[in-house]
Write a protein that binds this ligand. Structure first.
Ligand SMILES: Nc1ncnc2c1ncn2[C@@H]1O[C@H](COP(=O)(O)OP(=O)(O)OP(=O)(O)O)[C@@H](O)[C@H]1O
Ligand SMILES: [Mg+2]
Length: 477
């Protein structure tokens, strides 16, 4: 059996998952980045503007060193902005702290130094700070600074430290949600693709099973098609079923052929054996000896004919027989054939008639094989027509084809038998054919020759009234 992860089914699932993960993954990364950006950016712009205002409001107090007003402003703003406000001198020393802890200390954050160093008028930066009120938890905060200017000269720096953890939490939650969503989508896609691949793979598995059975000689199995609708796979299943049908027919006809062939060969052999055994037991009677030996002679001829027929069929099966094409004068060919068979017809007082059109009737064909085929058909017409009947042969050109009809007033062939008379060893009436010396190979050979020459043969018949065999041949094969 297939290793599970090498099978088409798992590969399909993996491919679907990969595609979904790639597409959705990229999308989610882009979306979170955009959301993060807009959330943080919005917050920063808003708060920076507030710090700028604070710097403006505080500048006059700072210039006048009005500690009381500065402290009031710092506390009030710390409250409204939800953070901590620190006001520093241009030397970086804390003048006022809304939390009253850093007074007099120097602060060296880059945001402060940037503003003091006159590089920027305001600045902000992210810091991870330990939140004492939240039990020492590390949280994200933003430090904003803005320069205080009074009458065009710098008087100090306003610093606001405010937590941005809520935004960070939002972003974190968003990420978690997206990951959960992605996982759910992957699960769903995995499940759906598993079912889809099952639908695709199932007929293939079934086909494999049927092929395995076939390899073991069971040609009866067919793939059920209904479930797959009209897809490439159902077409394949149909084609496959057609092929197994053919194979099974072939197998059957091969078996029949072997059975029939051995039967046909055994019958003359056993009758010869009986005659020879009789002769061995009673060797004296010369009359009987002569009679038996001539019977044996006939049986040998019969065997010889069967074997020759079989050989010619087998040869044509094995290799594509080369037709020796030449310009054939059909009128001459038909007349010669008729002449050869005349004695047979005369013996049964069968009237033979030939109807040919005016003018030439020629075609490009293999004269020897063509004559063999036509001779077989006419031979049948004579054989399977009772005494005093008639056989009529007609030929005509129809467009690019020549049509030959062989019509008799014989026993006729039932519709069921008509389907099989071109099969090897098929004889309608075994007893009658045996009496006439037939083996059922004649029409098989005829069909092989005619199709080999690019033509076709068919039969129409009414039981008890007669049969018409129609041969159509291309003038130029
Ligand atoms: N013109 C016909 N009228 C009635 N039955 C026919 C006619 N031609 C063929 N058949 C039937 O078809 C069977 C097959 O014919 P086919 O020529 O293949 O074999 P055969 O004549 O029995 O033997 P073979 O031709 O090999 O000596 C015959 O046994 C006969 O029953
Ligand atoms: Mg025959």
């Amino acid at each position: 059996m297939l290793k599970p992860f090498r099978s088409i089914r798992w590969r399909l699932v993996a491919i679907y998952l990969l595609i979904v993960l790639l597409a959705m993954g990229t999308l989610s990364v882009v979306i979170t980045m955009l959301v993060e950006d807009s959330l943080i950016q919005e917050r920063i712009e808003q708060q920076q503007a507030q710090v700028d205002r604070l710097a403006l409001d505080a500048s006059a107090y700072m210039y006048r060193a009005d500690a009381e007003q500065l402290y009031r402003l710092a506390v009030e703003q710390a409250e409204t902005l939800g953070g901590r406000v620190v006001l520093l001198s241009m030397g970086g020393i804390v003048q006022v702290d809304s939390a009253s802890r850093l007074n007099g200390q120097a602060i060296g954050y880059s945001e402060v130094l940037d503003v003091i160093g006159m590089e920027k008028t305001n600045a902000y930066g992210f810091h991870r700070v330990t939140d004492v009120s939240a039990g020492g938890e590390k949280n994200w905060a933003v430090y904003y600074t803005a320069r205080m200017t009074y009458r065009n000269s710098p008087v100090g720096v306003a610093l606001l430290s405010v937590s941005i953890q809520d935004v960070m939490d939002k972003i974190h939650n968003l990420r978690v949600e997206i990951v959960i969503f992605l996982l759910a989508v992957c699960l769903a896609v995995g499940f759906i693709s598993f079912i889809i691949s099952e639908i695709i793979v199932k007929p293939i598995l079934e086909m494999t099973r049927v092929i395995r059975n076939m390899a073991q000689g069971d040609f009866t199995r067919r793939i059920k098609i209904g479930r797959f609708g009209h897809s490439e796979i159902s077409d394949m299943a149909r084609a496959f079923n057609g092929m197994s049908e053919q194979l099974s027919n072939l197998e059957q006809s091969r078996n029949e052929f072997v059975a029939n062939a051995s039967h046909e060969l055994k019958t003359p052999l056993s009758s010869m054996k009986i005659m020879i055994q009789t002769l061995l037991l009673q060797p004296a009677d010369p009359e009987m000896t002569h009679e038996f030996l001539s019977d044996v002679d006939q049986e040998i001829d019969r065997l010889n004919n069967i074997i020759n027929d079989l050989l010619s069929l087998a040869k044509a099966d094995a290799s594509h027989v080369e037709n020796r094409l030449s310009r054939v004068n059909l009128k001459d060919l038909l007349q010669a054939t008729l002449h050869n068979l005349e004695p047979l017809a005369q013996r049964k007082q069968i009237d033979m008639e030939m109807v040919l059109p005016e003018g030439e009737l020629t075609l490009q064909s293999d004269p020897i094989r063509l004559q063999q085929a036509i001779s077989n058909i006419i031979d049948n017409a004579i054989k399977y027509t009772p005494e005093q009947g008639s056989v009529r042969i007609e030929a005509a050109q129809q467009g690019a084809r020549i049509v030959i009809w062989v019509q008799d007033t014989g026993y006729g062939i039932s519709p069921e038998d008509q389907k099989h008379i071109f099969d090897r060893f098929y004889r309608v009436d075994k007893a009658r054919s045996r009496a006439t010396g037939g083996t059922g190979l004649g029409l098989a050979i005829v069909k092989q020759i005619i199709t080999g020459l690019g033509g076709s043969i068919r039969v129409e018949s009414q039981e008890g009234e007669g049969s018409t065999f129609t041969v159509e041949l291309p003038i130029e094969p």
